[in-house]
Design a protein around this ligand. Structure first.
Ligand SMILES: CC(C)(COP(=O)(O)OP(=O)(O)OC[C@H]1O[C@@H](n2cnc3c(N)ncnc32)[C@H](O)[C@@H]1OP(=O)(O)O)[C@@H](O)C(=O)NCCC(=O)NCCS
Length: 222
């Protein structure tokens, strides 16, 4: 009785994985078609899982480096994902540049009129939002739906080897220095230096890491 229950579970487990892998292959093909139709330049070994969302201005620029992994499906991420990978650009000046070996999970990147850069080897955990704008004029309130406040848009950059933990929000004008960690659920409103842990809302530096770092490629592959 017990062994037949395990057999059924094994069949279900392997059967589900088999069809799920086919689903992932199909979604990857859909993503590649979307990338090509949107004129996105992407590098070697791009991995995508689950259907991504693109809303790109035809004259904007989106560049994705080599060995990048873009996850949109919660089954392929250890924690939860609330939404798929999303790339949005609004104008000719909008630019999104993702470096090599970057991993992102259900990240929403919105470049309205400035540049958003994510440098090599950075990990972005689930449900992170990165934006160069506030989307609306702030004050007076009656102007919020009339003016979009574009004059306050500012570029965002995330350095090499950073780790942005889950559910964080990176707001306009922020520059995060290389190797730094942004704790889960942070709201980053100001620049964060290199080699530190910053967290909270608004994010503040909590720890500075003194140990010397190596590049990821200097470690043997596990
Ligand atoms: C960033 C992180 C890894 C740091 O872990 P850590 O080095 O063990 O941090 P510590 O527990 O030593 O925390 C140091 C201080 O920062 C505070 N802190 C840590 N993370 C924080 C956060 N996300 N928000 C606010 N404060 C935080 C701690 O409360 C502690 O404060 P105290 O010194 O006043 O007690 C962890 O906080 C985190 O965010 N984990 C989630 C990782 C994730 O998103 N994984 C998804 C898979 S990619």
């Amino acid at each position: 009785m017990t062994s037949s229950r395990y057999t059924k579970r094994k069949i279900y487990y392997h059967g589900y994985n088999f069809f799920f892998n086919i689903y992932l292959k199909i979604t990857h093909c859909i993503n590649i078609i979307k990338l090509k139709l949107n004129g996105v330049k992407y590098g070697k070994n791009l991995k995508t899982m689950g259907v991504m969302v693109f809303k790109l201005h035809p004259e904007s620029h989106v560049i994705i480096g080599d060995n990048v992994s873009l996850i949109s499906n919660p089954r392929r991420y250890s924690l939860n994902l609330y939404a798929p990978m999303k790339f949005v650009t609004f104008s000719t000046n909008s630019e999104i540049k993702i470096g090599n070996n970057v991993g992102m999970n259900g990240t929403s990147i919105v470049s309205r009129s400035q540049k958003i850069t994510i440098d090599n080897d950075t990990i972005i955990a689930g449900n992170v939002v990165i934006t160069d704008s506030d989307s609306h004029h702030i004050w007076p309130p009656e102007q919020r739906m009339i003016f979009n406040g574009e004059q306050t848009d500012e570029s965002v950059s995330i350095g090499k080897n950073c780790w942005i933990c889950m559910n964080s929000i990176i707001l306009k004008g922020v520059n995060i220095g290389e190797n730094s960690v942004i704790g889960a659920g942070s709201v980053v409103t100001k620049d964060i230096p290199a080699n530190c842990l910053a967290a909270g809302a608004p994010a503040k530096v909590i720890k500075n890491y003194k140990e010397k770092t190596k590049s990821r490629s200097e470690y043997p592959k596990s």
